[in-house]
Design a protein around this ligand. Sequence first.
Ligand SMILES: Cc1cc2nc3c(=O)[nH]c(=O)nc-3n(C[C@H](O)[C@H](O)[C@H](O)COP(=O)(O)O)c2cc1C
Length: 192
Amino acid sequence: MTPEDLLELMSRRRTIRDFTDGEVSSESLERIMQASTLCPSGADKLPFIIIKVLDPDTRAKIRKASEEADRKFHENCDPKLKKWFDAKGIDHKKEFLTKAPMLLIIAGDTRKPYWRESTWLSIAYVLLAIENEGLGTVTYTPSDTGFLNQLLDMPQYFKAEVILPVGHPMETLPNKKARVAGKVFAEKYTGE
Ligand SMILES: Cc1cc2nc3c(=O)[nH]c(=O)nc-3n(C[C@H](O)[C@H](O)[C@H](O)COP(=O)(O)O)c2cc1C
């Protein structure tokens, strides 16, 4: 792999919100799961878990609870954010939760140090691993996550940070372009 290959993979990764009915192979899933544990983590504790959910009934329940919570969120959210959501066609409806063949719920173990930072590093690794398999996902952060503890028998000390619906992308989006202007500085901050 050349240095450019990794950048190319990162540029190719786009948020996918619609999926075909193609299955995710067990080999792909195994590599994605391995990637999730290869990240650095606070005190090397890997303070997170991943639960894969394939059962259609459980996915339907997750969708229903997510949509209920997100309906309230969308009704009360900041007008600027609402405008962005409208432009993107994003509302409280989460069809991707039942359309993708699999959900990965990634939850942090709040008893462990640096649990949130480490969980999100793991999520980043998973996002790239999913792209590397030719699959797609959306980093879906539901407004409420308590129902996941109940539905998935997770003790209260786990806090679900993300639901990743994983499947074959329905569409191919253009690669991203790096946007370093205003983000990267030499020696001192010289912005504004
Ligand atoms: C922390 C975080 C939370 C996000 N939450 C949501 C979400 O709840 N729903 C959604 O549709 N997309 C969500 N996204 C996806 C972003 O909207 C998306 O990454 C962004 O628009 C850039 O598009 P790209 O991923 O194709 O580069 C989230 C992304 C991140 C990193």
